[in-house]
Design a protein around this ligand. Structure first.
Ligand code: ARG
Length: 558
C-alpha cells in the first residue's frame, strides 16, 4: 500500500514540476499512517521555507478529485513534515489485492548457495549449531519464497583434528569397525579432546594421523568413512526433528578434491607466498582500519586448514552452480575467518559471486552465561529440546495430555520463535519459562492465536467479499497490521534477518486479539460479519505462511 500511495503522491508532484519524495510508515501511528520526511531537503534545494513548500504540496495533493479516494487526510506538520492518513478505500483495495499467492511480494530469480548447520562429525551437536540450523533454515525459506533458486549445503566438518583424535582412540582401544557406534563416539571424542589438552605427545600423534588421512592414507580414510556414517545418521535424525533439510551434504572432505587445482591456479596467479614456512595469501587492503592477517593456505608441516577448504569449496560451488550469492550462517567469532577467505577468493578471481557472512550471537542462560543444561554441562541439542518440552508441560496441567506430535511441534515453535524473534547478531537469553508462555512475544502465543481464529472461521464460515468500510479503531489497526507484510518481508529478505517476520507475526496476532476483544464478530449483521471474516481469514492464512518461513508448524490443538 505504501508504494501505491507513494506513486500517486509523486504523480501529483511531477505534474507540478516538483521532484519525487519518499513516503515512509509513520512513527506516530496515532497521528497518521504515512509521512514524508524529505520536505527539509526539498526546501533547501529550492531555497524556500519548509513551511511554504510543505503547505504548497499539501494543497496540490488535495486538489485532484481523481486522487481524492486514496487520501483521508493530508496535512503539513511543523517544522517540516507531511502527514498522510490513507482512505478506507485504499486499505481495503490493498487487502483485496493481497489475497493471492505470495501476498503481492515481488519475485526475484537469483541463484543462491546457503551454507548453514555446519556440524562437526564425531562431536555432539551443541547449541551454537542449533542457531545456525534454525536461522539458516529460515533464511533459506525466505530466499525461496521470494522465488530464488536456492541450494542449501550443510558443509560438514569431517576432516579435521577431531577425526584424527577419534581414530587414535579406536586404534588404541582395539575397536572393531562394527563397534564404532554413536555411544562410542560420544565417549571417545570428549575423552580425547581432554587428553590432547594435557598430553603434547598424544596431541602430536593425533595431528600426524589427521595429516596422513588428509594425504590419502587408506586405512584412516576408511575409518573416517565409518565415523562419518555413524555420526551423520544421528545428525540427520536431529535435523529431521527440527524440520531442517539440505540439498547437499558436502563437507570439508569434499573440498579436498579441489585443493590441487586451486593451488595450481593460485601459483599461476602468483598470490601464494612463503611466510615463516607456511604458504599464505595476503589479504590486507589500504582502507583497513585494523590489521587483517594473511590467510594461511598451507601450514609449514604441509597440512591444509579451514580457510583452504573454504576456498576450495567456493571454487567448486562456482563451477557447479555459478551462484549470484553465497551465504554463510555461523557464529560471529568466525567473522575474521570469512573476511580472509572472501578476500582471498576475490583476489584469486575464483568466483564473481557475492559472498556474505551472516553472523549470529551466543545463546545464554538466565544467569547471563552461555546456556548450560540442568546437568550443568555444555548442552547437546537433544538435551535442550528435552528441557524445553518439560518446561512447556510444566506450565499447565492439560499440556500433559497433548499428543507427542503436537508437543514436538510446540517445542520446536518455542525454541525457534525465541531464537528468530531476536536480531540474529545479538546474544539472547534462553528462558524456558518465558518462552513457553502463551502470553508475550512467544511461539506458543502465535500458535494459540492462529488456532483461536481458525476455530472461529470453522464455526462461522468464510467470506469472499470485502467491502470498503472500516468499522472502528481496532478494526482499522488490524487491517493496517496485515498490510505491513510486504515491508516486513522485504526487510527480512534484504537484511537476511528473520526477526522482521517474527515481529510482524507478533504485531499481527496482537492486533487480531485486540480486535476480537472489542468486536462481537459472531453476533454482527451479515455484511459487517462478512468483512470481518474476510480479514480474519486473510490473517490466518498469512500467519500460517509466515510461520512456515520460520520453519514452525501448527499443532492440531492447544
Ligand atoms: N564446522 C564449522 C564449525 O563448527 C562450521 C562450518 C561453517 N561453514 C563453512 N563453510 N565454514 O564451526
Amino acid at each position: 500500500m505504501v508504494e501505491v500511495i507513494e506513486n500517486i503522491f509523486n504523480e501529483i508532484l511531477e505534474r507540478n514540476g516538483i521532484t519525487k519524495l519518499r513516503l515512509v510508515k509513520s512513527n506516530r501511528p496515532d497521528l497518521c499512517d504515512l509521512q514524508c520526511n524529505e520536505v527539509f531537503k526539498l526546501a533547501k534545494s529550492l531555497n524556500m521555507a519548509p513551511m511554504d513548500i510543505g503547505n504548497k504540496i499539501v494543497k496540490l495533493v488535495n486538489e485532484y478529485p481523481e486522487f481524492s479516494k486514496y487520501f483521508n487526510k493530508v496535512e503539513f506538520a511543523m517544522p517540516g513534515f507531511i502527514n498522510i492518513t490513507v482512505s478506507d478505500y485504499i486499505i481495503n483495495e490493498s487487502l483485496r489485492n493481497m489475497d493471492k499467492p505470495l501476498f503481492n511480494i515481488t519475485p526475484s530469480n537469483q541463484t543462491y548457495v546457503i551454507d548453514y548447520g555446519g556440524p562437526n562429525i564425531a562431536k555432539p551437536l551443541h547449541v551454537g549449531h542449533l542457531r545456525s540450523a534454525i536461522i539458516g533454515e529460515s533464511i533459506k525459506r525466505i530466499l525461496k519464497y521470494k522465488g530464488n533458486n536456492v541450494i542449501s549445503d550443510v558443509h560438514l566438518g569431517d576432516y579435521g583434528l577431531q577425526i584424527g583424535e577419534v581414530i587414535y582412540a579406536i586404534k588404541r582401544d582395539g575397536i572393531k569397525n562394527e563397534d564404532i557406534t554413536l555411544e562410542y563416539l560420544n565417549k571417545a571424542y570428549p575423552e580425547m579432546s581432554a587428553l590432547c589438552k594435557v598430553d603434547e605427545d598424544i596431541k602430536r600423534e593425533c595431528e600426524q594421523i589427521t595429516k596422513d588421512m588428509q594425504e590419502g592414507n587408506i586405512e584412516y580414510n576408511e575409518l573416517c568413512d565409518i565415523i562419518s556414517k555413524v555420526s551423520i545418521s544421528d545428525i540427520k535424525r536431529i535435523y529431521d526433528s527440527l524440520d531442517v533439510s539440505f540439498d547437499l551434504w558436502d563437507s570439508e572432505r569434499t573440498a579436498y578434491k579441489y585443493i590441487p587445482e586451486l593451488e595450481d591456479l593460485l601459483n599461476k596467479k602468483g598470490i601464494l607466498y612463503k611466510s615463516e614456512g607456511a604458504m599464505v595469501i595476503d589479504v590486507k587492503e589500504d582502507s583497513d582500519t585494523k590489521e587483517i592477517p594473511p590467510m594461511i593456505f598451507q601450514k609449514s608441516n604441509g597440512a591444509y586448514l579451514y580457510g583452504t577448504t573454504d576456498m576450495a569449496t567456493i571454487y567448486d560451488r562456482e563451477n557447479r552452480f555459478k551462484p549470484d550469492d553465497i551465504l554463510y550462517v555461523t557464529d560471529d567469532r568466525q567473522a575474521m575467518h570469512f573476511k580472509q577467505v572472501f578476500r582471498a577468493s576475490l583476489k584469486a578471481e575464483i568466483t564473481d559471486s557475492k559472498l556474505e557472512h551472516l553472523p549470529y550471537g551466543t545463546v545464554n542462560g538466565v544467569d547471563g552465561k552461555p546456556y548450560k543444561t540442568r546437568k550443568g554441562d555444555a548442552p547437546s541439542l537433544s538435551d535442550m529440546l528435552e528441557e524445553t518440552k518439560d518446561g512447556f508441560i510444566a506450565k499447565k496441567e492439560e499440556n500433559k495430555n497433548m499428543s507427542d506430535e503436537d508437543l514436538n511441534i510446540i517445542t520446536n515453535a518455542i525454541i525457534k520463535f525465541a531464537d528468530l524473534s531476536n536480531d540474529r547478531e545479538k546474544d539472547y537469553i534462553f528462558d524456558i519459562d518465558k518462552f513457553s508462555s502463551v502470553v508475550g512475544k512467544t511461539g506458543p502465543y502465535i500458535l494459540y492465536t492462529y488456532l483461536r481464529f481458525n476455530k472461529i472461521l470453522k464455526e462461522e464460515g468464510k467470506s469472499t467479499i470485502l467491502s470498503d468500510t472500516i468499522y472502528n479503531k481496532t478494526d482499522r489497526d488490524l487491517r493496517m497490521s496485515i498490510l505491513d507484510l510486504n515491508n516486513s518481508f522485504e526487510s527480512a529478505y534484504t537484511l537476511r534477518k528473520p526477526n522482521y517476520i517474527a515481529e510482524y507475526l507478533y504485531n499481527l496476532c496482537t492486533a487480531l486479539n485486540n480486535f476480537y476483544q472489542v468486536n462481537h464478530v459472531k453476533g454482527s449483521d451479515d455484511n459487517v460479519k462478512n468483512d470481518w471474516l474476510y480479514i480474519i481469514e486473510l490473517s490466518t492464512k498469512i500467519i500460517k505462511e509466515m510461520l512456515s518461513l520460520l520453519a514452525i508448524d501448527v499443532p492440531s490443538k492447544m
